[in-house]
Design a protein around this ligand. Structure first.
Ligand code: SF4
Ligand code: SF4
Length: 531
C-alpha cells in the first residue's frame, strides 16, 4: 500500500450530509461523579459480546475462577476474549438471553461471586511499552479482550494491524441524546485517556493524534487540554466539533475533520487514518499500566423513567435491574428499557439481561416520550427522510423494498451502507420505525446468506464424499483387474510349462522307440551274417 502523509485537519471543518440537531438531555446524568456499585451475587458473562467469532470457553462448570481470569479465548482472528469480573465459582455454562437487537440467546458463563475479590496474577508492562514492539503490544490488547467501546465492539487489536496509519483520531463525540459515559470519562480520567491514545499511537506508529470532542462538552475539552499542555510533544491536538447528530459515526467524523470521504466499501486506513473511541483508549491504558482486562465499563443509566439518572462503573455480566436499582429504581412513569440511546438503541424485553461490553447506556423512557411507537401511518412520500440521511441513501425506497422483502432492490439501494442512525425515522411524519425495517431486512439477508453458504458447504461435502466413494470403487476394480490379469498370466505360464514337458517326454519316447528299432535292426543283421 502507498505510504500516506499525516492528514491535516481542515481549518474549516467539513459539514456532513444530512444530520440533525437534537434535544440532548445530557444534563440528566452529568450532575454527579461516576458512582460504583456493590458487587452482585451472580454474574452472567456472554461469550459473544463483539463483532466476529464467538469466544471459546477455557473453564468448565465447577471451576473456581479469579477476578480478571480469562474465561474464554478468542474463537478466531476476529474475535475477543472474555474475563471473570469477580472471583468465584463457575456454576453453569448455558444459553441465556443476551442484550442484542435480534432478541436471541447465546452461550453464557455463570459465576457465583465469593466476594473475596481475588485477582489473577498480573504483570503490568507500565512505561516499558515504549520499548515493546507493535505485535507484542497488540497481543496485550487482544488478551485483555478490548473491543471498540463506542458501540461497534470490533476487536481493537485487529483494527491496530493497519500499518499505513499516520493519524490517530480519538473519537470523543457522543452525539446521541442522553448518553454521557464518554463525557464523564474524559472529565474524570483525561490523563488515562491520553495515556491510552499514546499507547495506540505507539502501536500503529502514528505521527499525530487528533482528539475530537463536541463543542457541548467544555469540561471534557478543558480536562484533556490541560494534560496535553503538560505533555508538550505536539503529538496531540484537540478539535472541537459542532454538535450535530451523527457526527460520531466513524466515516462522518473523518469527513468532518479531514474533508475526505472514506470510499464505499473501503477502510479509513486507506486515507492513513485510524479511529478509536476514548473509552477504548482508557481500557488500553488499564491493560498496559495495570494488567487489567476489560471487565467493567461506565454505563449511563438515564431517562425520565429512572429516579436518579447517573453514570455508573459496572462490572460486565451485572444484571441490568441491579444498575436501575442503584440509580434509585424506576419512576411511576417508566415505560420502555432501551440499550443505547433513543436513536440507535434497541428495546429490551427484560431487565434481567447482563451488561455487556457494548452497554454504553440504559435508557428508561417515560410513557409520553416513548420513541419506539407500535403503530404507524403509511408513507406519504414527503421526502423528509432523504434530506436528513447522512449517507445519502433513499430511506423511503429502502422502506418499500424492506416491506416487500425485495433483496435485489435493497442491495441495489445500498441497504448495507445504512449506519442505522435513525435520522430518517426521527423526522418521518408517519412515524414509521424505518430502522427496525432496515435491521430486520439486514438480518434476513444475512440469515439467507448463511443458509446459502451452509447448503453450499453441505452440497460440496456430499459431492466430495461421492467422489471419494467413486475413487475407492475405481481403485478396487483396478486392483481386481490387475489381480485377475496376474492369475491369468500365472495359469498361462503353468500351462506352457506343462505343454513343453509333455512335448519333451514324447520326443524322448520316440527317440527311445527309434533306438529300440535301430537295435533290433542291428541284431537282425548280425544274425543273418552269423547264420
Ligand atoms: S419521511 Fe416517512 S413519510 Fe416521508 S417519505 Fe420518508 S418514509 Fe415516507
Ligand atoms: S438510518 Fe440509515 S437510511 Fe436512515 S438516515 Fe440513517 S443512514 Fe440513512
Amino acid at each position: 500500500m502507498k505510504q500516506s502523509k499525516a492528514l491535516t485537519v481542515e481549518k474549516e471543518l467539513t459539514k456532513i450530509d444530512g444530520g440533525l440537531t437534537l434535544v440532548a438531555y445530557k444534563h440528566l446524568s452529568t450532575g454527579a461523579a461516576v458512582s460504583s456499585m456493590q458487587q452482585s451475587k451472580q454474574y452472567i458473562v456472554p461469550l459473544q459480546q463483539h463483532i466476529g467469532a464467538i469466544s471459546q470457553p477455557l473453564v468448565k462448570t465447577g471451576d473456581r475462577v479469579l477476578k480478571g481470569q480469562m474465561l474464554a479465548k478468542p474463537g478466531d482472528l476476529v474475535s475477543a476474549a472474555v474475563h471473570a469480573p469477580v472471583s468465584g465459582l463457575v456454576t453453569d455454562i448455558k444459553a441465556h438471553d443476551i442484550p442484542h437487537a435480534s432478541g436471541l440467546s447465546d452461550l453464557c458463563i455463570f459465576i457465583e461471586n465469593d466476594f473475596k475479590d481475588e485477582w489473577v496474577e498480573r504483570h503490568p508492562l507500565g512505561d516499558d511499552y515504549n520499548q515493546t514492539n507493535s505485535s507484542s503490544m497488540r497481543k496485550i490488547v487482544r488478551d485483555a479482550g478490548i473491543v471498540g467501546l463506542g458501540g461497534a465492539t470490533f476487536p481493537s487489536s485487529v483494527k491496530q494491524t493497519e500499518m499505513n496509519v499516520k493519524t490517530l483520531i480519538l473519537n470523543g463525540i457522543e452525539c446521541e441524546p442522553y448518553i454521557t459515559c464518554d463525557d464523564v470519562l474524559m472529565r474524570e480520567h483525561a490523563r488515562e485517556v491520553i495515556s491510552g491514545a499514546d499507547i495506540i499511537g505507539h502501536i500503529i506508529k502514528a505521527r499525530q493524534c487528533i482528539i475530537a470532542v463536541e463543542d457541548n462538552k467544555p469540561e471534557a475539552i478543558k480536562a484533556l487540554q490541560s494534560v496535553i499542555d503538560e505533555d508538550g510533544t505536539g503529538f496531540f491536538k484537540i478539535q472541537a466539533v459542532p454538535t450535530i447528530y451523527p457526527s460520531g459515526g466513524e466515516k462522518q467524523l473523518i469527513q468532518i475533520l479531514t474533508g475526505q470521504e472514506v470510499p464505499k466499501g473501503r477502510y479509513p486506513a486507506e486515507l492513513g487514518v485510524l479511529c478509536h473511541n476514548v473509552a477504548t483508549a482508557y481500557a488500553i491504558h488499564r491493560a498496559v499500566h495495570h494488567a487489567e482486562p476489560l471487565i467493567s465499563r461506565i454505563v449511563t443509566v438515564t431517562g425520565h423513567g429512572v429516579t436518579q439518572p447517573q453514570n455508573i462503573e459496572v462490572l460486565i455480566g451485572t444484571a441490568m435491574h441491579t444498575c436501575i436499582e442503584h440509580a434509585g429504581g424506576y419512576t411511576d412513569e417508566s415505560d420502555e428499557l432501551i440499550m443505547g440511546g433513543p436513536m440507535m438503541g434497541f428495546s429490551l424485553n427484560s431487565d434481567a439481561l447482563p451488561v455487556v461490553k457494548a452497554t454504553n447506556c440504559l435508557l428508561v423512557t417515560a410513557r409520553e416520550e416513548n420513541p419506539h411507537k407500535q403503530h404507524h401511518m403509511p408513507c406519504i412520500r414527503c421526502g423528509k427522510c432523504v434530506e436528513v440521511c447522512p449517507v445519502r441513501l433513499l430511506p423511503q425506497q429502502l422502506y418499500w423494498y424492506a416491506s416487500s422483502q425485495n433483496v435485489d432492490r435493497l442491495t441495489e439501494h445500498n441497504l448495507f451502507d445504512c449506519i442505522e442512525c435513525g435520522c430518517c425515522a426521527y423526522v418521518c411524519p408517519s412515524e414509521i420505525p424505518l430502522v427496525q425495517y432496515y435491521r430486520h431486512a439486514k438480518t434476513t439477508i444475512w440469515q439467507q446468506e448463511r443458509e446459502r453458504k451452509s447448503s453450499d458447504i453441505s452440497r460440496e461435502r456430499h459431492e466430495a464424499h461421492q467422489q471419494r466413494l467413486d475413487k475407492i470403487k475405481r481403485e478396487r476394480e483396478e486392483k481386481l483387474r490387475k489381480k485377475r490379469e496376474l492369475l491369468k498370466k500365472k495359469a498361462d505360464a503353468q500351462a506352457d510349462d506343462k505343454g513343453s514337458s509333455n512335448k519333451s517326454s514324447k520326443q524322448a519316447a520316440i527317440a527311445e522307440a527309434i533306438a529300440r528299432a535301430q537295435a533290433k535292426k542291428t541284431e537282425r543283421n548280425k544274425n543273418k551274417e552269423t547264420g
